[in-house]
Design a protein around this ligand. Structure first.
Ligand code: UD1
Ligand code: MG
Length: 457
């Protein structure tokens, strides 16, 4: 089979983003733009994926990992110059090379595949992926001759008034005969308004040499949006979110209001889970089946089992078993690990802690740096006093213990199996199993106190 290569242009700074973050690393639905591209390419079985990196090279490499080969473009002299950097790696190979921009995150594998098929069918030296734009401002225009054949691409900044009226745009994605690409690139100059070596100039060069150049117009302009500024970024986000949400619904997840539900590209949700409005689900999150999430819940990088109810709560870097009820207004901070059939009620904050099956903290608690066993009841207002201003200490509460309301458990401390802590206690020493600890001032009633006060006046 014909060898296939992919070159992804990702060296630009992204001046128009006005950002400290390099353009291709700006996330769309939680995933860097350039990674959307490489993820789509993975299904295409290319022999080599090459990313051209420059600005933020180390960060881009870190994101994309080892499945991609890298070439460095030290100075950003244009998209043509960027592609040229890949010549030492594949310049002498026979095959088909797809060139894509790292700022077109919505492009799908199907469209790239169709472009390659069209290119191979037409036996063209170059095939451009084009689209019809309602507003083509900023894009390169595809200029066709009287026979409707592609002549060249003209950048917006170099276009005449007449050329600016053309609505067929260059999406920045192309398919080339590999050898023809690098031969033509050596002839590209930089005599244009930006003083850059433009990749699209290859088209005109090939045409002048009498080579066949084709264009494949995709039906959906939205898929080809090039993100150069934050306005386009927000458009891409909306389109990508709609795509993710529709896929979730097709897979059996109910979204009450898809336009107000934000789910990252790397989240997976099981069947018959219902997500209520205002939820933001970020990072790599896994949610099981038959859960009720939200309204207004944020979950990030967490593993949530099945049949859970999580209302108006925040869950970060945590694990939750099955049939657990969380919230409203609970906060699970990193490294919280809950078993099954647990209740974490309103205004409960958990951090770096584990809780066994059947335990409850129903109201107003802080439980941090703690190991809590099974069937433990943590009463309203009870807290683990884990921090002395310098260090953090562990609280252990063993199975079936009962912590009365408003208790302070001053760590390090262990409450034994089936032990009771009386309400209002401040516990400073371990409580043995099956015992009752009371650590509070005894109550004294001063009878007749009020009438004595009155008589003194
Ligand atoms: C480019 C095309 C334009 C097309 C549009 C589609 C050129 C000259 N113009 O314009 O015809 O309509 O994309 O979105 O190609 N890059 C490098 N090194 C460089 C310059 C750019 O790696 O020296 C990378 C950027 O990081 C970016 C991509 O190439 O990912 C495209 O560059 P950008 O500056 O966004 O080009 P556009 O102006 O959008
Ligand atoms: Mg661009």
């Amino acid at each position: 089979m014909n060898k296939r290569y992919a070159i992804i242009l990702a060296a630009g700074k992204g001046t128009r983003m006005k950002s400290d973050l390099y353009k291709v690393l700006h996330p769309v639905c939680g995933k860097p733009m350039v990674q959307h591209i490489t993820d789509q390419l993975k299904g295409l079985n290319t022999n080599k994926m090459i990313a051209v990196v420059g600005h933020g090279a180390e960060m881009v490499k870190e994101e994309l990992g080892e499945e991609v080969s890298y070439v460095l473009q030290e100075e950003q002299l244009g998209t043509g110059h960027a592609v040229m950097q890949a010549e030492p790696l594949i310049g002498s190979e026979q095959g088909t090379t797809v060139v894509l921009c790292g700022d077109t995150p919505l492009l799908t594998q199907e469209t790239i595949d169709s472009l390659i098929k069209e290119h191979e069918q037409q036996q063209a030296k170059a095939t451009i992926l084009t689209a019809a734009a309602d507003d083509p401002t900023g894009y390169g225009r595809v200029i066709r001759n009287h026979e409707n054949q592609v002549e060249k691409i003209v950048e917006h900044k170099d276009a005449s008034e007449e050329e600016k009226l053309v609505t067929e745009i260059n999406t920045g994605t192309y398919c080339f005969d590999n050898k023809a690409l690098f031969e033509a690139l050596s002839k590209v100059g930089n005599d244009n308004s930006q003083g850059e070596y433009y990749l699209p100039d290859v088209i005109e060069i090939l045409k002048e040499q009498g080579e066949s150049v084709a264009a494949y117009q995709t039906a959906d302009f939205n898929e080809t949006i090039g993100v150069n500024d934050r306005v386009a970024l927000s458009r891409a986000e909306v389109i990508m979110q709609k795509r993710i949400n529709e896929q979730l619904m097709r897979d059996g997840v109910t979204l009450i209001d898809p336009a107000n539900t934000y789910v990252s590209a790397d989240t997976k949700v099981g069947r018959d889970t219902v997500i209520y409005p205002g939820c933001v689900i970020k990072g790599e999150t896994l949610i099981g089946e038959k859960c009720e999430i939200g309204p207004h819940t944020e979950i990030e990088n967490s593993k949530i089992g099945s049949a859970n109810v999580i209302k108006q709560s925040v869950v970060h870097d945590s694990e939750v078993g099955d049939r657990v009820s969380i919230g409203p207004f609970a906060h699970l901070r990193p490294k919280t690990k809950l078993g099954n059939e647990i209740k974490v009620g309103n205004f409960v904050e958990l951090k770096k802690m584990t809780m066994g099956d059947g335990s409850k903290a129903s109201h107003l608690s802080y439980l941090g740096d703690a190991e809590i066993g099974e069937n433990v009841n943590v009463g309203c207002g009870s807290i683990t006093v884990n921090y002395d201003g310098k260090n953090k200490y562990l609280t252990k509460i063993e199975d079936d213990a009962f912590i009365g309301c408003n208790s302070n458990l001053i760590a390090p401390v262990t409450i034994g199996k089936e032990a009771y802590v009386a309400a209002g206690s401040t516990i400073t020493e371990d409580v043995p199993g099956e015992s009752l600890a009371i650590a509070r001032g005894r109550q004294t009633n001063k009878e007749g106190y009020v009438s004595r006060q009155k008589n003194e006046k």
